[in-house]
Design a protein. Structure first.
Ligand code: PHE
Length: 461
């Protein structure tokens, strides 16, 4: 008779570990590099005064992003647990697990609308390749037509979710690691090709000047808010994602250099995305400040007018889809790791069930922009999900993680954990100051400012 009690240690499936240091860096960088870098960063820069915003963003990445990255990776490595399990392990019998629960919820919420945009990118890849976006196309009309066609958007959202859940069902090494080892180099090549194309167009200089000349007059308090929000989103912080990925690190792997690699790669890709986009936008006489439509309305126009535009346009949307996929798998992994670790679900079953649930929640987001106009609080459901993650889930998750790590677990102990393995970057007392005071204070101020803003906008309606 085999009762549960008679299970020996060897019956318990071993928790997976990354095959190599490079695999971990690519997976974490794959999570970080996503729509946030290639779709969102350039348009936020475009609407916030170009280089002036970039400077603030870099300061935030350095002072808030990097210490948070180290903290999350280290807590994951220490506990070898998912976002919720890590806090349960570290602070048993306390409500700190709620921090992880916010993260799991964030994974669910973000992926449900992230996949919708990723679906647009896939569809635009085929549209561009098929030559249906030539000169003279009504690009606004095409985009609006696309996102308000529920049959088509739900289909692409579904296709993207199936690919995502397929990768996660295959496991950490056979799924995530294999995928990122192939896709991340491809992503860098595509991006570099686009940068070269864009910067060599006649008239590219104006775009480069816009991108590199700071215009501080266009900066508003909202820009700073935007920089912090963008930093958290782009680095996949504040939601247990890096805790989860860190949990698959062996105890001998170092943290501070790896975290610097991930932050550095993510920042490099965001900055390069600007060099791929602005020179081309200016060279062909388009407006850089067109907001969220930059990638799907302005750029198709730019590509249509550019020599070799079909190939470069297709390359751009492929880049967007690839970047989205390596992030989407990390979002799904946060949720799946939780049910696998804590609820004992089998990974395949968990990936399918959760993937399908996220697909379903995403449907009202896909159809919130058309005649059906699925609204909540007077906004499209898509925006509700985005605002929920940006102004509540990520900042609150980040704030609680920083307070827990800095003051309860203590920054000093965290630093000792990190120092167990040799690394080039040594954490000094500066790290304690950042994680204990600057990071939580910065997040709290921005979060409250964000709430005030939302309430004001809501009242004004
Ligand atoms: N970092 C991803 C991007 O920039 C999004 C993401 C957020 C992924 C949170 C995982 C966790 O697109």
């Amino acid at each position: 008779m085999h009762s549960n009690e008679s299970k020996t240690l060897s019956d318990v499936p071993q928790r997976e570990q990354w095959g190599s240091r490079v695999a971990f860096i690519l997976a974490a960088a794959g999570s970080a590099v996503g729509l946030g870098n290639i779709w969102r960063f350039p348009y936020v820069v475009g609407t916030n005064g170009g280089a002036a915003f970039v400077i603030i963003y870099l300061v935030v990445i350095f002072l808030i992003g990097y210490p948070m990255m180290i903290t999350e990776m280290s807590l994951g490595q220490k506990t070898h647990k998912n976002a919720i399990g890590a806090f349960k392990d570290l602070a048993p019998g306390t409500p700190w697990w709620i921090t992880g629960a916010l993260g799991v919820l964030a994974g669910f919420v973000i992926l449900s609308f992230y996949s919708v945009v990723a679906g647009w990118a896939l569809a635009y890849f085929f549209k561009t390749l098929g030559g249906s976006l030539g000169v003279g196309t009504d690009f606004v009309g095409t985009f609006v037509g696309h996102i308000t066609n529920p049959g088509v958007t739900v289909m692409w959202h579904g296709i993207f979710m199936i690919i995502t859940l397929g990768v996660i069902a295959a496991g950490v090494v056979k799924g995530i690691e294999r995928t990122v080892k192939f896709l991340m180099p491809a992503l860098f090549i595509l991006l570099l090709a686009l940068v070269v194309r864009s910067m060599t167009l006649p008239g590219a200089g104006a775009g480069i000047a816009f991108y590199l000349t700071p215009n501080f007059k266009e900066l508003t308090p909202q820009s700073i808010l935007g920089a912090v929000g963008q930093a958290f989103f782009t680095l996949s912080l504040g939601m247990g994602c890096m805790i989860t990925y860190g949990s698959y690190l062996g105890d001998k792997e170092e943290i501070s250099d790896n975290a610097a690699w991930v932050v550095g790669l993510d920042t490099a890709v965001a900055l390069l995305a600007g060099f791929a986009i602005f020179p081309a936008v200016f060279a062909l006489g388009f407006d850089p400040g067109s907001g969220a439509g930059l990638a799907f309305i302005t750029l198709p126009g730019v590509f249509a007018a550019m020599p070799g535009g079909t190939i470069f346009g297709a390359a751009f949307f492929l880049l967007l889809a690839v970047a989205a996929l390596t992030s989407a798998i990390s979002l799904l992994e946060v949720v799946v790791a939780w049910v696998v670790d804590e609820k004992g679900w089998n990974r395949k079953k968990a990936s399918i069930i959760i993937g399908v649930l996220i697909f379903i929640v995403g449907i009202p987001a896909t159809i919130s922009m058309n005649e059906v106009n699925f609204q909540m609080f007077g906004m499209p459901f898509f925006d509700v999900l985005d605002i929920f993650q940006e102004s509540i889930l990520l900042p609150l998750g980040g704030l609680l993680t920083a307070i827990y790590a800095g003051h309860i677990y203590t920054a000093k102990r965290l630093r000792e954990d990190v120092a167990r393995n040799k690394s080039k970057i040594q954490l000094g007392e500066w790290f304690d100051g950042l994680i204990k005071y600057l990071v939580p204070l910065g997040i709290a101020v921005v979060m409250v400012m964000g709430w005030v803003d939302i309430i004001k906008n809501y009242m004004a309606k």
